[in-house]
Ligand binder design. Structure first.
Ligand code: NAD
Ligand code: UFG
Length: 337
């Protein structure tokens, strides 16, 4: 059975491609490599002993996407391709709506033309919005998003919901990720952000390896256990496995929503302490002002994915620290060596 993975050379995509291959699926990847390296897929091939068919193309290029459906008998699509930097999305909203929203529409049109109607979409906890009570549950309405990135995810969720309502052959699985951390246990694939990392884990890892001097913790005066923000961090390998299990949900038509998180909240200071404990490396940090748009604390109600898909996160924060550190030490400059 062949799965098309858009954005499959990226961080979550490459880990998912690996899990698909080891579960016996054939995989075709489309990625324009704007935030990834083809090296990730070469390493996935080495780790699995299997091959990946790769197309370097933009998700908005309808002819290129059509060509893939003509050449391969695709059973289902896992759609990761998109832009994901929250701050950048505020400065360049059109880029985000073009890639994330128009790109998803082009993909869905090409799927419909090819008669492929099973889609898993990378959504985000951010769609619950600024005012949602915690923990977030899938039956809560989407809320007010605070940036074009979050709005683009909410828009695509709605578009896919409408498509599957209009045509009963369609199945759209909306996976709302919480905060993925970590890297594959081999230390061969991991997160390789371009430029200064926006996210906490790659920033800590780059401080640890000497690429950056010190971590700024954005605010320690929140109403949380130690004053720093709390998030639901999950291991990227657990997250990748969630996609393989979610293929089961595409057997039933309609829209299916799942949180992929652990159900536990960890503060920024606890993450730093865990990294230091697991690696023995001290992370110099200072307290900086709050970052605009950050919510104090959110985490998942994670039981639906377990009861319906049989998925739950198996690894904890210490595993995420150990595996991030292994990846970062093996690849201090990411895929660039
Ligand atoms: P990533 O940037 O590593 O992966 C995205 C991939 O899409 C990259 O390989 C990039 O080159 C590709 N891409 C971007 N624009 C493209 C285009 N126009 N055409 C073809 N390919 C294109 O990011 P990731 O962390 O692996 O995230 C994957 C998906 O999960 C994204 O949709 C992201 O919004 C979503 N998500 C990520 C997080 C997170 O914290 N990492 C949280 C929630 C949701
Ligand atoms: N943080 C710091 N210093 C840094 C980076 C982050 O203190 O240098 C803090 C943030 O203030 C926040 C926490 O670490 O409290 C986590 O921040 P991230 O940027 O790693 O993650 P976010 O929760 O802000 O956002 C992530 C993704 C979004 C996604 C969201 C929910 O980047 O795409 O999770 O899934 F929408």
């Amino acid at each position: 059975m062949t799965i098309l993975v858009t954005g499959g050379a990226g961080y979550i995509g490459s880990h998912t491609v690996l899990e698909l291959l080891t579960s016996g699926y054939d995989v075709v990847v489309l990625d324009n490599l704007c935030n990834a390296s083809a090296e990730s897929l070469k390493r996935v091939e080495l780790l699995t002993g299997k091959t990946v068919t790769f197309y370097k193309a933009d998700i908005r290029d309808r002819a290129a996407v059509d060509g893939i459906f003509e050449r391969h008998r695709i059973e289902a699509v896992i759609h990761f391709a998109g832009l994901k930097a929250v701050g950048e999305s505020t400065a360049k909203p059109l880029d985000y709506y073009s890639v994330n929203v128009s790109g998803s529409v082009v993909l869905a049109q090409a799927m419909a033309a090819a008669g492929v109607t099973k889609l898993i979409f990378s959504s985000s906890a951010t769609v619950y919005g600024e005012d949602a009570p915690v923990p977030y549950r899938e039956d809560m309405p989407r809320g007010k998003t605070s940036n074009p990135y979050g709005t683009s995810k909410a828009m695509v969720e709605q578009i896919l919901t409408d498509i599957s309502f209009a045509d009963e052959r369609w199945s759209a699985v909306l996976l709302r990720y919480f905060n993925p951390f970590g890297a594959h246990l081999s230390g061969q694939i991991g997160e390789d952000p371009q430029g200064v990392p926006n996210n906490l884990m790659p920033f800590i890892a780059q401080v640890a390896v000497g690429r950056r001097e010190s971590l700024s913790i954005f605010g320690d005066d929140y109403d949380t256990k130690d004053g720093t923000c709390e998030r639901d961090y999950l291991h990227v390998v657990d997250l990748a496995k969630g996609h393989v299990l979610a293929l089961k949900a595409t057997e039933q038509s309609g829209t299916h929503i799942y949180n992929l998180g652990t159900g536990k909240a960890t503060s920024v200071k606890q993450v730093v302490q865990a990294f230091e404990r697991v690696t023995g490396v001290t992370i110099p940090y200072s307290i900086a002002p709050r970052r605009a748009g950050d919510l104090p604390a959110f985490w998942a109600e994670a039981s639906k994915a377990f009861s319906e898909l049989g998925w739950r996160a198996e690894m904890g924060i210490d595993d995420m620290m150990r595996d991030t550190w292994r990846w970062q030490q093996n690849n201090p400059n990411g895929y660039r060596g």
